[in-house]
Design a protein around this ligand. Structure first.
Ligand code: NDP
Length: 460
């Protein structure tokens, strides 16, 4: 180490980079982390956290509708976007400050600026005339939104990054994409009273999710007022005196005030100097790593979205911990990507863990048993709402283990965290059923489903 400025130099102070830097510094190593923007990364600054605040702000309109059914009245209820933005930004600044303070408490040196690899042991901070050497380097630069740059008029479209700071709430928005971000932001804007259209190129939203979830959610978000246009793409976006006209392949022309592209995120590898350090990319343009997050350079590791394995904050944090154990604790560990629960904060939200029915049919040789229930949540009893909850259990017919849980409905992200324990532990349907219900709740349905969907047990 004597030859280097640091034992470990981390590039990127997001969830993964911060965790790895802190653990390593607390273990007695000399650590620096470089960040070109604000400490906290995508999750805290322009992702999960501000998005969840926006979801919570938006959900209030629905809560008010329900409340009216219970006899409340809100004659002057109104939403003020600038007030919300200010409160959100104050909280994000507070959280970012906590991240930075925690780095300091652990003894990590924070370097403000864009770090670029000059060789496998050297980073330069661009524009600051600073160069540091390190025995080991961890790349945790995350990802960034991608939009189709060759689409005529794409310069008029925003991404999720700008959606967090719109100077005013638009009257109309069109969102392109059918993944997590598109569906979440469609719900946010619709809940805030914006006339919202979702355009997706495929046959149904949330490709890769269970087909029942996809169909159910598409129906539910339409009930919340979102116009969903499927099987259709943009031809061009045209700016006119009155707004942005979206010319679609099917001949439709839709005028809106804001167009947002949520067409995926790509690993943040541009101009990082990876080649100079011997760090290779895979065919998808992400940093190539082995199961222990080691890159093709012997002293360089990479974690989080920049490796495009499973782009979720808690996964990046676990990858950071595994990196630390492997490299500094002589305890080789890699993260287990099986049965990771995830939530889509659509309105209503989705919580899932484990296999979809079609994945289970492919992997369970004796077939699967499927249990499905759809019902109106009790809290809508007085509102006339047609909203329905979907709950689905996918069970390996041979072992009787519950291998997939899929929920669309209020509080499903909270429910799925607990269901994930049972799925991860490999509990059987009989063990779920032996668990006594909590009544009256929605979650009790998870332990009271007795009727197999007819014809469900069959191999794929
Ligand atoms: P996703 O990959 O989830 O979705 C991208 C969407 O854009 C897909 O519907 C895709 O269609 C569509 N698309 C891609 N290219 C084009 C194109 N050229 N023209 C039209 N449509 C296109 O990406 P997101 O940006 O929504 O989210 C990125 C990742 O961030 C997620 O996968 C997730 O890992 C993470 N995330 C997690 C959240 C959470 O945990 N709640 C919230 C937000 C993000 P197709 O399906 O046909 O390919």
């Amino acid at each position: 180490m004597a030859d280097y400025d640091y034992d470990l130099f981390v590039i990127g102070a997001g969830s993964g980079g911060v965790r790895a830097a802190r653990l390593t510094a607390l273990g007695g190593k000399k650590v620096a982390v470089a960040e070109e923007y604000r400490v906290g990364g995508t999750c805290v600054i322009r992702g999960c956290v501000p998005k969840k605040f926006m979801v919570m702000a938006s959900e209030v309109s629905h809560a008010l509708e329900i409340a009216e059914g219970y006899g409340w009245s809100f004659d002057n209820a109104r939403f003020d976007w600038p007030t919300f933005l200010e409160a959100k930004d104050v909280e994000i600044a507070r959280l970012s400050g906590i991240y930075a303070a925690n780095l300091g408490k652990a003894g990590v040196e924070l370097v403000h600026g864009r770090a670029v690899l000059k060789d496998a042991h050297t980073v330069e901070i661009i524009g600051k005339n600073q160069t540091f050497t390190a025995e080991k380097i961890l790349v945790a630069t995350g990802g960034r939104p991608w939009k189709p740059e060759n689409l005529p008029g794409i310069e008029h479209a925003i991404t999720s990054e700008e959606a967090f700071h719109l100077p005013e709430l638009p009257k109309r928005i069109l969102i392109a994409g059918g993944g997590y971000i598109a569906v979440e932001f469609a719900g946010i804007f619709a809940g805030l009273g914006v006339e919202t259209t979702l355009i997706y190129r495929g046959p149904n939203i949330l490709r890769g999710f269970d087909d029942d979830v996809r169909a159910h959610l598409a129906g539910e978000i339409e009930k919340r007022g979102i116009k969903v246009v499927l099987g259709c793409q943009h031809e061009k976006i045209e700016k006119t005196a009155t707004g942005l006209v979206n010319h679609l392949e099917n001949g439709m022309k839709l005028e809106t005030d804001v167009v947002m592209f949520a067409t995926g995120r790509i690993p943040h590898v541009k101009d990082l100097g990876l080649e100079a350090a011997g760090v290779e990319l895979n065919d998808e343009g992400a940093i190539k790593v082995d199961p222990y997050s080691k890159t093709t350079a012997d002293n360089i590791w990479a974690i989080g979205d920049v490796t495009d394995r499973m782009n979720l904050t808690p996964v990046a944090i676990r990858e950071a911990a595994a990196f630390h154990q492997t490299v500094y604790r002589d305890n080789p560990q890699h993260f287990d990507y099986e049965a990771v629960a995830t939530a889509v904060f659509s309105q209503p939200p989705v919580g899932i863990v484990g296999l979809t029915e079609s994945e289970a049919r492919r992997s369970c040789s004796a077939g699967v048993d499927v249990y499905v229930t759809r019902f109106r949540p009790m809290k809508y009893a007085f509102t006339g709402s047609e909203e329905r909850v979907l709950m689905k259990l996918v069970v390996d017919a041979e072992s009787q283990r519950v291998v997939g849980v899929h929920i669309v409905g209020p509080d499903s992200p909270e429910m799925i965290q607990l269901a994930a324990i049972a799925v991860k532990a490999g509990l059987t349907k009989a063990q779920w059923d032996a668990t006594c219900a909590v009544h009256p709740t929605m979650a009790e349905e998870l332990v009271t489903m007795r009727e197999k969907q007819s014809g469900a047990t069959s191999a794929g």
